[in-house]
Design a protein around this ligand. Structure first.
Ligand SMILES: [Zn+2]
Length: 238
């Protein structure tokens, strides 16, 4: 029976070839979304096993992030860039989930996720989310949640301003345009929690900095105890 199924599967693949979203090659029967070669050759930063990595250094002196890491390098024409492009602009949201799941497994086994209570994706402005149909950072977070069994909170942090595309701004504008873009709508949920903040790409780090500024405002005193919000950050670009 499985032989007939395989034949049928091959026949369907001839009519509707399934291609790897990273390199465009045909996927084998046991492959999904990303081919085995891409799994192997997509470069990993291994930031998560080195505390003073380049992504963490990006935030030194800017905001109190405990740890930071990126999955891969976002170079021109790279396989990871193709994946992110297919995720964001072709709407293949399963790619985000799969990348999150792969990275989540590495983060979990390395101890990077130790003491994390909550995963928060960097929110899109509701209008932008409506146009795109989904938030790519949210799908990545869902994949990480699958690998780590941690909850994803998509309600407590909200984007209130649509900022102009970061790439169109000067470097100075990008560095100064960080306050008041996000707001915490449910401080009680986040209070005292150790948060993993997830974004899909990072350039200057200003988006993540904006989120952190708002989340860190929750730090306060309750029941005679100092409660703090901690951050670990996951980004797919360096
Ligand atoms: Zn491939």
């Amino acid at each position: 029976m499985s032989y007939i199924y395989d034949l049928w599967d091959d026949f369907i693949s001839l009519l509707f070839p399934r291609l790897c979203y990273a390199c465009g090659n045909h996927l084998m029967r046991n492959e999904r979304l990303i081919c085995t070669e891409c799994y192997v050759v997509i470069p990993r930063t291994n930031n998560h096993i080195k505390a003073d990595n380049p992504v963490a250094q990006l935030f030194w002196g800017r905001c109190m992030i405990e740890k930071a890491a990126a999955f891969s390098y976002y170079n021109k024409g790279s396989r990871i860039k193709n994946l992110i492009h297919n995720l964001k602009y072709k709407g293949i949201r399963e790619i985000g989930y799969e990348l999150g799941r792969i990275y989540g497994l590495s983060l979990e086994t390395s101890g990077f996720m130790k003491d994390i209570d909550l995963i928060i994706p960097v929110p899109l402005h509701p209008a932008k989310k409506k146009v795109r149909g989904f938030n790519q950072s949210e799908t990545i977070s869902m994949g990480i949640a699958d690998a780590t069994h941690l909850p994803v909170d998509i309600k407590s942090l909200e984007r209130t301003l649509v900022s102009a595309t970061q790439t169109k701004k000067s470097r100075y504008e990008r560095w100064t345009n960080v306050e008041g873009i996000f707001q915490v709508t449910d401080p009680q949920t986040i209070m005292g929690k150790h948060v993993l903040l997830v974004d899909d790409v990072i350039t200057t780090g200003s988006t993540v900095e904006s989120c952190s500024i708002e989340l860190l405002k929750i730090e306060g005193v309750k029941d005679g105890q100092m409660l703090r919000v901690f951050f670990r950050l996951l980004i797919l670009r360096q």
